[in-house]
Ligand binder design. Structure first.
Ligand SMILES: Nc1ncnc2c1ncn2[C@@H]1O[C@H](COP(=O)(O)OP(=O)(O)OP(=O)(O)O)[C@@H](O)[C@H]1O
Length: 284
């Protein structure tokens, strides 16, 4: 990280603020994404993580502040130029049920095809490589409508990888995956960002996975970036309690020595006070 931060940020958010109508989501959020790193955006439901990713991708316009992609205001850049550098896989990616997995991965190449009407061998190679990396080669000719939720999620990642972007923005890329595929996806992202000119920014609710694989975290809560820094600087009991309203036990996971979080269940009466029984029949 120390080395990475000597370089210029690939993506920089300066004092971003956003509101849906009169409802403010966050204010004054600044962050930088450096080459060679994975940056995790974490925070409770509704804290604005997807909104922030939308603004970072240039698809949404912040109410205040600005986003710089390789030093240029992203909203002033022609969209095809942005798409050459930056890939986005949103929380609910649109996949066309009638297209095969290979066609879907290939569609990620459109941003690279320029004036060519048809894909060439390089495009096919990139799409096949992305399917291989995401463990989908054997399903290349399967229609998207016949894929499971986790396979669709991996295919959305394959489509983003096939474009060979420099910056990858991912909204909850592992949320539908079993633990084998969670690990594989995080390892793919680690390898992707390991090439020094590339970087990943991802949103996740999996704090332990984020702790293990992210170089830095931004904790979005209470209308701003409550904390940001290395996992051990952000995943602190006090900060997590402030952000999520839960008590956690922290220790070190044994493989990389990163913080590991164990949830402490609410004591009995507290459960009821906090309305945690909303899913129970009202008679209880
Ligand atoms: N199109 C919209 N119109 C109005 N309010 C919205 C819209 N999209 C999101 N919101 C609200 O903005 C807030 C932030 O939403 P956002 O989806 O960015 O949060 P999030 O942190 O990604 O949530 P989650 O963890 O549940 O995915 C939420 O309160 C949400 O209800």
């Amino acid at each position: 990280m120390a080395v990475a931060q000597l370089k210029e940020a690939l993506l920089k958010a300066e004092s971003l603020g956003y509101a849906y109508g009169d409802n403010p989501v966050f204010n004054d959020v600044s962050l930088e994404l450096f080459p060679g790193e994975i940056l995790g955006i974490i925070g409770p439901n509704g804290s604005g993580k997807s909104t922030l990713l939308g603004i970072l991708s240039g698809l949404m316009k912040a109410k205040t502040g600005r986003v710089l992609l390789k030093g240029a205001d992203i909203l002033q850049m022609p969209r095809p130029k942005v798409a050459e550098v930056l890939g986005l896989s949103p929380q609910n990616p649109q996949l066309s049920n009638g297209m095969t997995a290979l066609e879907t991965a290939l569609s990620g190449r459109y941003v690279r095809m320029g004036r060519n009407l048809f894909e060439d061998d390089k495009d096919l190679d990139a799409a096949n490589k992305a399917l291989l990396e995401t463990g989908l080669s054997s399903l290349a000719s399967r229609k998207c409508g016949q894929l499971s939720g986790g396979e669709r999620q991996r295919l959305a990642l394959a489509r983003a990888l096939a474009a060979e972007p420099q910056v990858l923005l991912l909204d909850e890329p592992t949320s539908a995956l079993d633990m084998d595929h969670q690990l594989r996806v995080m390892e793919i992202l680690e390898e992707f960002s390991g090439y020094n000119h590339r970087a990943v920014c991802l949103v996740s609710h999996d704090l332990n996975l984020s702790s293990m694989f992210c170089d830095r975290l931004v904790l979005l809560a209470r209308g701003s970036a409550l904390a940001q820094g290395r996992p051990e600087e952000v995943l602190r009991e006090d900060l997590l309690e402030t952000a999520y309203g839960v008590k956690v036990h922290l220790d070190q996971e044994p493989t990389r020595g990163r913080p590991r979080i164990t949830l402490i269940p609410h004591p009995g009466p507290e459960k009821y006070r906090r309305g945690k029984t909303a899913f129970l029949p009202s008679a209880l």
